[in-house]
Write a protein that binds this ligand. Structure first.
Ligand code: F3S
Length: 294
């Protein structure tokens, strides 16, 4: 029996880079804060918290932090650092960090950073920014915080139909990185049909789509599929749905404890994939378990 791990399983490039950054900074013996949980995975957050990493949940928590000189220093004299996660933050957060003299370790995904640069420049040149994405998502809030003047966030075709740009202003449309590519272009088409003066920058990141495409291809071949991810992770749920469409024996597990497999002899291929916030360690554990026990 073959056990095959999907090449796109688990952390995307940006999240991996951010999590690695936390471990690198920990090695330096600093007092570490992350601005928001570094990744939406309870296991990872618990492990980091056991190592002393503290999560600043919001801007109030950051404001409440003492200035660098008043933060208890570690014995080796190393300082405190605040790590910005892959989603990025509004420009104002950097200003608070600077004011407090706190070291900022910026792990914003370069693809998100690129959007910050675009909206800052384009809004500075007078364009009205439209962000296609989920208004409550931290990445979108971060992007908003780089726009000069007012900007609009919209998520649905209905909202796009209702949207009217300020008179005489050109609009610049960007998207949240995880937004669906087809839906993004559908919204752009609505603006074009309305005759608005639009410049469009496609800022959709294909990591999510690639993971889904790759999981589907593996599920098509597999006799059994195992999907690993958090209970509340919507992208893992989506992976599970895709795999179930192709493979009737698809299992959704959070940890190895959830795996109660009984594999008949006829099973030739077990495929494994994982959501964007599932750590490598867990994926390897599951993979090894299936290899050793079946
Ligand atoms: Fe991940 Fe960065 Fe894309 S965080 S989903 S690689 S934009």
């Amino acid at each position: 029996m073959e056990v095959r791990l999907d090449g796109c399983a688990g952390f995307c490039f940006g999240v991996k880079r951010a999590v690695d950054t936390v471990y690198e900074q920990l090695k330096k013996g600093k007092t570490i804060y992350t601005y928001g949980p570094i990744v939406h995975n309870e296991e990872v957050i618990r492990e980091l918290s056991e190592k002393g990493v503290m999560v600043l949940e919001d801007v109030q928590a950051l404001e409440a932090l003492p200035s660098q000189k008043n933060i208890p220093q570690k014995q080796n004299g190393e300082s405190a650092a605040v790590i910005i996660r892959a989603h990025g933050v509004p420009k104002s957060v950097y200003a608070i960090l600077e004011k407090k003299g706190l070291e900022c370790v910026d792990a914003t995904c370069p693809f998100v950073k690129r959007i910050h640069g675009i909206v800052e420049k384009e809004s500075g040149e007078g364009k009205h920014i439209v962000i296609v994405g989920n208004p409550g998502h931290p990445e979108v809030e971060g992007i908003l915080g780089w726009c000069r003047g007012e900007a609009k966030v919209l998520e649905t075709a209905e909202e796009a139909e209702k949207f009217v740009p300020p008179a005489g202003r050109e609009i610049c449309v960007v998207s949240q990185t995880t937004f669906n590519y087809n839906k993004f272009y559908y919204i752009v088409e609505i603006f074009e049909k309305k005759g608005y003066n639009v410049s469009v920058v496609n800022t959709v990141c294909n990591a999510t789509e690639e993971r889904q495409r790759s999981a589907r291809a593996l599920a098509e071949e597999a006799d059994v599929m195992i999907v690993i991810g958090g209970r509340h992770s919507s992208n893992t749920k989506k992976l599970y749905d895709i795999c179930s469409e192709e493979c009737a024996e698809t299992y959704f597990i959070q940890t190895l404890d959830d795996l109660h497999l009984e594999l008949p002899k006829s099973v030739r291929l077990v495929g494994i994939t994982a959501g964007a916030s599932t750590p490598n360690k867990l994926i390897e554990e599951v993979q090894n378990y299936v290899r050793i026990n079946f």
